[in-house]
Design a protein around this ligand. Structure first.
Ligand code: F6P
Length: 364
C-alpha cells in the first residue's frame, strides 16, 4: 500500500449545510491523527480543471463548524469529462479535459482525492477512480436521494427549514381561512416534501413518486371544511408532475439538461385549486433558503463522522469507496454502487403509510 502524504478535498454540486463540518473533519483528522497535508481544491471540479487550490492549515478550518456553505466554493457546472471550451455557431463545444484535471492533481501533489458531493459529483469521482485516480467519496445533498446511505448530510437542516416554514404558514392560514401551499426542493425525489409535510402536519403532500388528481385534493379539503376546519396546508415537491404527467421547470438549459431548474408546480396547482373550486390560495416557494444557514447538530455530527471515515478510507488504501451511514453505523460502500440508483420515496413504504394513517392526503 502506498504511503500517502497529501489529501485533496473538493466540494461539488449544489451546496448543503454541513459541508464545512466535513472539510474541518477531513483536515483535522488528516493533520492531527495521521500527520498528512490537505489541499483544498476550489470551486468543485472547476478548481481541478483550472488548477485552483489552497494548502489548508488549522486556521482555515477553525471556527467553521457552525457555518453554512463551503469555504472551498462549489459549482454544479464543471464536469471534467464534458467541459465547455467555447462556442461555434451558437453551439457549445464540449471537451473531455479529464487528463488535464488529473495532471493538475499531480501538480498539486495530491495522493488521494476526497470528493464531497451528490450523485453528479460522485459519478465524476467514480469515473476518475476508474481512470486510476485514488478517490474516496462523501455523500452530500439536501435531497437525500442517494440510495447507498440511510441519509445524506444537509437533509436534516433543509427539513428543519421547511418544517419551520410550514409552522409559520399554519398560523396565517388559520387566520385567513386559506389554502397555503409550500413548494420545496428535492429534484425528482419527495423526501423533503414528505418528511417536512409530516412534521408540519400538512393536510396534503404532493411528491414526484405519487400521481395526484385535483379532485382528490379537493375531497380532502372539503372533508376538513365539513369538520369546521376552514384552512388547509399543502406541501408540494418541486418535481411533482401535474395530473397530465408534465414536470414544471423554471428554466431549461438546452445543451445541458442536467442543469434544468425545476420550479413553479405549486403556483400552477394553487391557481387551479382557486380557479376550479373557488378557494382562496397562496403559494410560497422556499427555494434556496433550504440550502443556506446554520447546519443542525445532526448535520454537523454526520458531516464530521463522514469526514473522519473518508480519511480512514484514504489512509487504508480503500479507494473507490464512499463513506455512508448504514443501519445507524458509519460504514463504506463502493462509489459504483453509490451512484447506481437514485433513492426515491416508496409510495407504499412505511413513511407514506404513517402519514396516510393520520389522515394526510397524497392526492391519490
Ligand atoms: O440538489 C440540490 C438542489 O437544491 C435541488 O433540490 C434543486 O432542484 C437544485 O439543487 C437547485 O439547483 P440550483 O442551485 O442550480 O438552482
Amino acid at each position: 500500500m502506498k504511503t500517502i502524504k497529501r489529501l485533496g478535498v473538493l466540494t461539488g454540486g449544489g451546496d448543503a449545510p454541513g459541508l464545512n463540518a466535513v472539510i474541518r473533519a477531513v483536515a483535522k483528522t488528516a493533520f492531527y491523527r495521521f500527520e498528512l497535508e490537505v489541499v483544498g481544491i476550489l470551486n468543485g471540479f472547476g478548481g481541478m480543471i483550472n488548477n485552483e487550490h489552497l494548502l489548508l492549515g488549522d486556521s482555515h478550518v477553525s471556527g467553521i463548524l457552525h457555518r453554512g456553505g463551503t469555504i472551498l466554493g462549489t459549482t454544479n457546472r464543471d464536469n471534467p469529462f464534458r467541459y465547455p471550451v467555447g462556442k461555434e455557431d451558437g453551439q457549445t463545444i464540449w471537451q473531455d479535459v479529464s487528463e488535464q484535471a488529473m495532471d493538475n492533481l499531480e501538480k498539486m501533489g495530491i495522493d488521494v482525492l476526497v470528493v464531497v458531493g451528490g450523485d453528479g459529483s460522485l459519478f465524476i469521482g467514480n469515473e476518475l477512480y476508474k481512470k486510476g485516480v485514488p478517490v474516496v467519496g462523501i455523500p452530500k445533498t439536501i435531497d437525500n436521494d442517494l440510495s447507498a446511505t440511510d441519509i445524506t448530510f444537509g437533509f436534516d437542516t433543509a427539513l428543519n427549514t421547511a418544517t419551520d416554514a410550514i409552522d409559520k404558514l399554519h398560523t396565517t392560514a388559520e387566520s385567513h381561512h386559506r389554502i397555503m401551499i409550500l413548494e420545496v426542493m428535492g429534484r425528482n425525489a419527495g423526501w423533503i416534501a414528505l418528511q417536512s409535510g409530516m412534521a408540519g402536519g400538512a393536510d396534503v403532500i404532493l411528491i414526484p413518486e405519487i400521481a395526484f388528481s385535483y379532485e382528490s385534493i379537493i375531497e380532502k379539503i372539503n372533508w376538513r371544511r365539513s369538520l369546521g376546519k376552514k384552512f388547509s396546508i399543502m406541501v408540494v415537491a418541486e418535481g411533482a408532475p401535474l395530473p397530465g404527467g408534465e414536470t414544471i421547470y423554471q428554466k431549461q438549459i438546452a445543451d445541458n439538461p442536467l442543469l434544468n431548474k425545476l420550479g413553479g408546480v405549486a403556483e400552477i396547482v394553487g391557481r387551479e385549486i382557486e380557479h376550479r373550486f373557488g378557494l382562496e390560495t397562496r403559494v410560497t416557494v422556499l427555494g434556496h433558503l433550504q440550502r443556506g444557514g446554520t447546519p443542525t447538530p445532526f448535520d454537523r455530527n454526520l458531516g464530521t463522522r463522514f469526514g473522519v471515515k473518508a480519511v480512514e478510507l484514504a489512509v487504508s488504501g480503500q479507494y473507490g469507496q464512499m463513506a455512508c451511514l448504514c443501519s445507524g453505523a458509519i460504514q463504506s460502500v463502493s462509489l459504483e454502487a453509490a451512484v447506481a440508483e437514485q433513492k426515491r420515496v416508496k409510495p407504499d413504504g412505511e413513511l407514506v403509510r404513517a402519514a396516510k394513517s393520520v389522515g394526510t392526503s397524497f392526492g391519490d
